[in-house]
Design a protein around this ligand. Structure first.
Ligand SMILES: [Zn+2]
Length: 454
């Protein structure tokens, strides 16, 4: 047991706002009791004196990641309450079913802001610079135009205060601003890297040669460009900003098509840890016509998963073991790269059909002891844990980005579990939530999603 972690948790509980939402108008799927609210909303039209909604300096939407980035104007001296601002409550359409949900979004700046971790690949230490003036909401394109929010403040006496609700569009109109709906974080990453990724392709297959691969993507340059795009899509999901990178970028990637490789793809340090990464990919020669390994979008999904491994930070030890197996490490090792992939819209198996199959398989399993070598259903790796991690962005749009940092935290790295990580990330927003409640809510929404896609 790590005492520092529990001390922080206890402190977090003491100073945390007791926040919960009002879900009276919710429909569609059941919300666990702990999120049902008792805090009173201002009456319709009433102004909360002195607590105007925080001014916005920027709002942009990324249609790849389904992320709405709202940046509050922390540099605005006319905003006299800015020192009291702690976060926002946002009402928005959920990504999976467009169900209207409300979520308190308070970044856990106390633990994550200015966190520095050592890297082992020769890069300088990485420092995470989080801002409480940044909120990321995962929603549909329509939801991004439609959401509303109110600001949460804590005054000098420690009392929480709320602004009135306002819609994003109304707020932007008042400030004479428009929302950028064409933002693509991965493009930003590609343009800002001082050492852009170089990819080298090789093959020992006579059928799936490098030339054969190039022909699929209209030439060598276009192939290079497409794979680079996948890499920077990964980076955009893993990092807070192009200049606030949460992963260890690698400069050289060697993509090796291997005739003798039959057990799927894998990633490894190549030529060594400091210099780059390699991905071995099966040539799969026996199935030249319709092999999913070589068809889009599946090939993209697999390569993005392997690229995730190339930068993945691992905990030393997980909390839950069963029969000598580290359930947490396994669940995270394969789940997180899939969370990155899924956040970009990728499932293995064609488009929606693949997604439906993965969700069906996940919710049929019992919460506890779902299969022989796992304790909890969210430890079943690949798409099961990955889709759940990606869904947890409904509580914090940066959830997938924050997860690797929990792995590197002194307080957690020797006793890591997704459960602890979730508690750590959400402790300012939802100090009392449990994993079982979250999983049950997830299952309820997945069922609604499946009903919508029968
Ligand atoms: Zn993997």
């Amino acid at each position: 047991m790590n005492t520092k972690y529990w001390k922080n948790m206890a402190l977090g509980l003491l100073v945390s706002l007791v926040v919960s939402g009002c879900y009276g108008e919710e429909d569609g799927y059941q919300i666990p009791d702990i999120y049902k609210g008792s805090w009173e909303s201002p009456k319709n039209g009433a102004t909360v004196v002195g607590y105007a909604p925080a001014p916005i300096s920027e709002a942009k939407y990324d249609a790849y990641l389904n992320e709405l980035y709202i940046t509050w104007d922390g540099g605005n001296d006319a905003w006299e309450k800015k020192n009291e601002y702690v976060g926002a409550e946002v009402e928005f359409a959920s990504l999976l079913t467009e169900t209207k949900v409300k979520r308190v979004m308070i970044s856990n700046i106390g633990d994550f802001g200015n966190l520095t971790v050592k890297r082992d690949n020769g890069l300088p230490n990485a420092t995470l610079n989080l801002s409480r003036f940044r909120t990321v909401v995962v929603t549909t394109k329509h939801g991004a135009r439609d959401c509303r929010f109110r600001s949460i403040y804590v005054d000098e006496a420690g009392n929480k205060q709320y602004s009135d609700w306002t819609s994003l569009s109304e707020h932007l109109a008042n400030a004479e601003m428009t929302q950028n709906m064409d933002y693509m974080a991965w493009k930003e990453f590609r343009e800002r890297q001082s050492n852009p990724l170089k990819i080298h392709f090789e093959s020992n297959s006579d059928l799936r040669t490098v030339e054969w691969l190039y022909n699929r993507y209209s030439g060598a340059d276009a192939t290079q460009e497409e794979f680079r795009k996948w890499y920077y899509m990964d980076c955009a999901t893993m990092s807070f900003e192009p200049h606030n990178i949460a992963c260890d970028p690698y400069e050289n990637l060697t993509f090796m098509i291997k005739k003798e490789q039959t057990g799927g793809a894998y990633a490894f340090d190549y030529p060594n840890h400091n210099e780059g990464r390699g991905i071995v990919y099966p040539a799969s020669e026996s199935n030249m016509g319709s092999d999913a390994w070589w068809l889009l979008p599946d090939m993209q999904a697999v390569v993005m998963h392997e690229m995730g491994h190339c930068v993945e930070w691992m905990p030393h030890k997980g909390h839950y073991e069963k029969k000598g197996e580290d359930c947490d490490k396994q669940g995270y090792q394969e789940g997180w790269p899939d969370a990155v992939k899924i956040s970009n819209g990728g499932f293995f198996g064609l488009a929606t059909e693949g997604q439906i199959n993965e969700y069906k398989a996940a919710i049929e399993k019992p919460y506890k002891d779902p299969q022989d070598n796992k304790v909890y259903v969210w430890q079943i790796d690949y798409n099961t844990s990955g889709a759940f991690m990606s869904w947890l962005r409904i509580y914090n749009g940066d959830f997938v980005r924050m997860l690797p940092w929990t792995v590197k935290m002194d307080a957690l790295t020797n006793d890591w579990s997704l459960e602890y990580a979730v508690k750590y990330i959400l402790k300012e927003s939802y100090p009392d939530m449990s994993m079982e409640d979250l999983w049950n809510e997830y299952v309820a929404e997945v069922k609604k999603f499946l009903n919508n896609h029968q």
